[in-house]
Ligand binder design. Structure first.
Ligand code: TXA
Ligand code: MG
Length: 326
């Protein structure tokens, strides 16, 4: 059974060695915990899909320690360069055209990109995560370290809850709570106009400020294969925009109000994002009839929070999990 290991220098080195041997390691980032494997090793990547129970057409993010490294694997465009200069290291993933294969660089395997011509790249900001990436010296493919369709882990203990019995998971590096608490903003940066495939801490206004172009939203079309409607789902039913909870509800509030868990008493969206997944897990464990969630303003980080909440409230994941995507 897998254990938590504090992210000390020795444990980081050991975990990096496990990665090079094709094993899996869960590690912290500023967004959520990732379930990592060597992105150049298709056996390791296959183990990630197996551990998550993830549909195999869902491509993974390759994590690297620097922007220079990222642009060895993905072809930079003008907007990619501008975004990277401003927001890497940080909670942003760029979709770029894959670099053609050459013998000099380790090649990210086709399984990690699900056979697409594009690649998702991210340079995380958390110090210990970067030390881990430098020690491993390979790009690390890592989806969020939860079983497919369930709430993403923002703490090492959440990973233990999700993946305690996963085969091939060598260790969980405990890097403390994720400061940010929501998955990275995913931006398709291949063209002249940035397209937001998944909202996150890097907001449309921030993207516009840096590129001079208003990003477009992916809209209803699933461009990002991971954007299945039901996702981030607790076992308990979820109701949104609740102002008056029912008797059997467990209430997650926002701002000054009576509730069981409060995302942010001060009504601070940054604090709310950091608390979201932990409180969803706590509310889920309360065995209530329903999780009721107060309205969250649709501005700034609230856009990403509401995106995740809509998915948490969408129909049960088991229906979608087993099904083939159309
Ligand atoms: O914050 C994060 O992004 C976390 C941490 C661990 O880095 N990772 C994460 O990974 O959330 P995951 O696998 O749960 O979500 C990756 C998202 C999915 O929606 C996937 O479809 C999308 O990125 N994606 C990956 N490669 C893509 C590609 N080539 N084109 C479009 N979307 C892609
Ligand atoms: Mg995920």
């Amino acid at each position: 059974m897998v254990k938590l290991h504090l992210a000390t220098r020795v444990n980081i080195e050991e975990a990096a060695a496990a990665i090079k041997q094709g094993k899996l390691v869960a590690f912290g980032t500023e967004t959520v915990y990732g379930l990592g494997g060597d992105a150049t090793n298709s056996d390791a990547v296959a183990k990630i899909y197996a551990a998550k129970g993830r549909p195999s057409f869902n491509p993974l993010i390759s994590h690297v320690e620097s922007t220079n490294r990222a642009f060895e694997y993905g072809q930079p465009t003008l907007i990619a360069q501008q975004l990277a200069d401003s927001f890497w290291p940080g909670p942003m993933t760029l979709i770029l055209d894959r670099m053609p294969q050459d013998a000099e660089t380790h090649y990210v395997c086709d399984l990690a990109t699900a056979g697409l011509d594009s690649i998702a790249l991210r340079v995380p900001a958390k110090d210990a995560a970067r030390q881990f990436l430098i020690a491993a010296d390979v790009p690390i493919a890592a989806p969020s370290a939860n079983r497919s369709g369930r709430i993403s882990p923002s703490r090492a203990e959440h990973v233990l809850d999700e993946l305690e019995d996963a085969d091939d998971l060598a260790s969980i590096l405990d890097m403390g709570p994720a400061e940010n608490g929501l998955e990275s903003t995913v931006i398709d940066a291949r063209g002249d106009v940035p397209i937001i495939l998944r909202p996150g801490a890097i907001t449309p206004n921030m993207i516009k400020a840096v590129t001079g172009v208003s990003p477009s939203a992916a809209g209803d079309k699933i461009i990002s294969p991971g954007q299945l409607e039901s996702h981030y789902a607790p076992d308990t039913a979820v109701a949104l925009d609740v102002t008056a909870p029912a008797h059997n509800d467990v209430m997650i509030g926002f701002g000054k109000m009576t509730c069981d868990f409060n995302l942010s008493l001060e009504g601070d969206l940054v604090e709310a994002a950091a608390n979201l997944y932990h409180m969803l897990r706590q509310a889920d464990a309360a065995n209530a009839a329903r999780i009721a969630i107060a309205p969250i303003p649709q501005e700034g980080l609230g856009i990403a929070i509401n995106d995740r909440l809509r998915r948490a409230a969408a129909d049960r994941p088991d229906v979608i999990e087993g099904a083939e995507k159309p």
